[in-house]
Design a protein around this ligand. Structure first.
Ligand code: PA5
Length: 442
């Protein structure tokens, strides 16, 4: 937490470490608000091998059918974990590379209500051999339900009802919800999201792991990384990294740093920022409180957001995901003409420039009044991703309890849904519809 020393003193930090240890105790004793949603805490160490084998059997069945496109339908916590893992782990140009594909291409749907997006998805599905994973814990969320209605219709038309049922897998509640009933009726293979795991804490359940396995990545290594972090973040110690992070961000918040920007220096982690924003935004933003989570990808965004971060309103803190090693090597060459004046870089790895950009940015932003928290990983791979997932989940639970809110509900998400249903004419919403229409006409 060296990037914060000029913003806080050690007595204040100690005080917040005490608060975070208290919050950790509440989390471990399961005595706080929302304590019926703590199933995520021990997923890394308790996920059975048999579940991973079941994912692999879907993968193998679909391979035998030569399925080359899998549409994953879901929104929020039922979308962002898989999306961020696949972005982090995939070759940046996988689609463009002319090599034989070892796994089907994954595309996402049900995370918006754009008609154009749906039409273009259907264009793609018509050209390809398709499988579908539909994910909704409640089984009643509008966006994925609308997308699934359309996708199911395409699948049944293209393959027939029986074959479509072999190409559709549902991830949903064990007993309740429309998706569960539909899956039983149609004979879809289903995987369960346990009642005690909320959407944004579900990446290490079938919600995240099934698409990851279907895409050809190693879910076991993700769970191993997460299990290592489960151990490291368990103890009631001031060295517990989740306690440290929760303490420092709350201390900075108390000093007016109301916005936390998650920073990465690798485009593969861009969607990690999206996953993190949902986790923290939905868990902490309530009761008129909460750090506003934002994310940037440097050095790209240094050329767009860099000015504001350096010089704008001083309400910001940054948390940098620092990656120790690149998985690939590219050396900058020598140019005899040296017209760009960059020969001083010749012989250096591109990543060395990236690293120096990271360090230079850190010092510049501290000088500009932006405290720097840092989370380091060795490299971007399954193991390290598993560590990050668990670390941020655990720290989120602790942090929200320090803030004094229930991390595991999301009452605010209902407001837009009620208005949307009323405006769409859902039976039972007639009175509200009239009031909303009157307001919109004024
Ligand atoms: O974190 C959450 O609970 C939400 O973001 C949900 O994941 C999201 O609303 C999707 O819900 P469901 O899986 O029930 O369709």
């Amino acid at each position: 937490m060296g990037g914060c020393t000029s913003f806080v003193n050690s007595a204040e930090y100690k005080d917040y470490i005490g608060k975070a240890l208290g919050a950790l105790d509440v989390l471990e004793k399961e005595s706080g608000e929302g304590n019926d949603f703590l199933g995520w805490k021990h997923l890394p160490s308790s996920t059975p091998e048999s579940l991973l084998k079941e994912f692999e059997s879907v993968r193998d069945l679909w391979k035998s059918k030569h399925i080359d496109l899998v549409v994953v339908i879901g929104i929020g916590g039922s979308y962002l974990g898989a999306k961020c893992a696949l972005e982090a782990l995939s070759h940046s140009f996988e689609k463009q590379l002319k090599r034989e594909k070892a796994a089907p291409e994954i595309v996402f749907a049900g995370h918006n209500l754009s008609e154009e997006y749906m039409a273009e998805l259907l264009d793609l599905m018509k050209e390809r051999n398709v499988g579908v994973i539909v994910i909704s814990k409640s089984g009643t969320t509008t966006e994925p339900a609308v997308a699934f209605r359309i996708v199911k219709n395409h699948m049944e038309t293209a393959y027939g009802t029986e074959e479509a049922a072999e190409r559709i897998v549902a991830v949903t509640d064990a007993k309740k919800g429309a998706l569960k009933s539909l899956s039983v009726q149609e004979g879809y293979r289903t995987f369960v999201i346990e009642d005690n795991v909320g959407g944004r804490f579900s990446v290490l359940t079938p919600v995240g792991l099934l698409p990851i396995v279907i895409a050809g990545f190693d879910a076991r290594r993700i769970l191993e990384g997460a299990a290592a972090m489960e151990k490291e973040c368990a103890g009631p110690s001031e060295n517990n990294p989740a306690v440290q992070y929760a303490a420092m961000r709350n201390l900075l918040y108390s000093k007016g740093k109301k916005i936390e920007i998650l920073v990465s220096f690798n485009p593969k982690l861009q969607y990690f920022g999206e996953w993190w924003k949902q986790l923290y935004g939905e868990s902490e933003g309530k009761d008129g409180k909460g750090i506003f989570p934002a994310s940037v990808n440097f050095t790209t965004d240094l050329h767009s957001m860099g000015q504001y971060i350096q010089d704008g309103e001083r309400t910001l803190m940054e948390t940098v995901i620092s990656v120790g090693n690149s998985n690939r090597n590219v050396i900058i060459g020598n140019d005899p003409q040296n017209l760009d004046g960059l020969n001083f870089l010749s012989g250096k790895h591109v990543e060395e420039c990236n690293r120096k950009a990271e360090l230079g940015t850190k010092l510049a932003h501290i000088d500009g009044g932006v405290p720097q928290l840092s989370v380091s990983i060795d490299r971007i791979d399954e193991y390290n991703l598993g560590e990050l997932f668990y670390f941020f989940e655990k720290a989120c639970g602790i942090s929200a309890y320090v803030l004094g809110v229930n991390p595991f509900n999301q009452p605010g998400v209902e407001a837009y849904k009620k208005n949307m249903f009323a405006l769409l004419g859902k039976p039972g919403y007639e009175d509200q519809a009239e009031k909303l229409m009157a307001r919109l006409e004024n």
